[in-house]
Design a protein around this ligand. Structure first.
Ligand SMILES: CC(C)(COP(=O)(O)OP(=O)(O)OC[C@H]1O[C@@H](n2cnc3c(N)ncnc32)[C@H](O)[C@@H]1OP(=O)(O)O)[C@@H](O)C(=O)NCCC(=O)NCCS
Length: 192
């Protein structure tokens, strides 16, 4: 339960590579420990004692090479309001690939898997907030500079509601027929 094997044809170099999606509540302490190790290896400033930055995600995409976790993304399904339009979004966070396995399109494959999941389920878009746009531009995301409203969390506490521009770090990729608009984005929750 909570585990979905995603359709992926492994490369000839990594024939044991395996992608799966897991609901957060069903992740065992052993898998959680693997996630923490990978996040530490990929993000030097990641909190050392937990597997999420501010709040647990709904689910995660996990990439295994045999028994080793080598890739990860957290996934949040959320309705957001853009101007007056309600949209169904995947918020993608903490995407990372173990340094030994980088530059082999594994992160791009994770994004492709999330895109397929979104399209199959009628979502309108995928959203990321980033410091480096390269990976996402390569995968069809565009930078948008709408004013954003979101709930700010810190140290497991709600600090309040913030409303401001994200300074070119907000990127979106539309999945359906709905077009993007320039209105304020109300995240109706925290930003991943
Ligand atoms: C970013 C990251 C997930 C890319 O994984 P990957 O499997 O190597 O990605 P792909 O092979 O699909 O694409 C590689 C491209 O990502 C881009 N990229 C590299 N580092 C990046 C970074 N830190 N942020 C965004 N894009 C990056 C480059 O354009 C790279 O192209 P190249 O291989 O021609 O140099 C991986 O480098 C990583 O885990 N970095 C540390 C964690 C991180 O910064 N995550 C991004 C959070 S927004």
């Amino acid at each position: 339960m909570g585990l979905t094997t995603l359709n992926y044809r492994a490369t000839k170099d990594y024939k044991f590579m395996h992608f799966e999606r897991r609901e957060e509540f069903s992740i065992s302490s052993i898998v959680n420990a693997n996630i923490q190790v990978l996040l530490q290896a990929c993000f030097p400033d990641y909190p050392s004692h937990q597997s999420y930055f501010k709040q647990v995600p709904h689910s995660r995409i996990l990439v295994w090479e045999k028994e080793t976790l080598i890739g990860h993304a957290s996934l949040e399904y959320r309705k957001i309001k853009v101007g007056e339009t309600i949209m169904k979004a995947f918020l993608i966070g903490d995407i990372c690939v173990h340094p030994t396995f980088q530059h082999q399109h594994i992160a791009s494959k994770i994004i492709e898997q999330i895109e397929t999941l979104g399209k199959e389920n009628g979502l309108d878009l995928m959203i990321v907030t980033v410091s480096d746009t390269a990976l996402y531009k390569k995968n069809g995301f565009v930078v948008v500079d709408n004013i954003c409203r979101w709930v700010m969390l810190q140290n497991h506490s709600t600090l309040g509601v913030i409303e401001r521009n994200l300074n070119n770090s907000l990127m979106v990729k539309m999945l359906g027929q709905t077009s993007w608009n320039e209105g304020t984005i109300d995240f109706m929750g925290y930003i991943v």
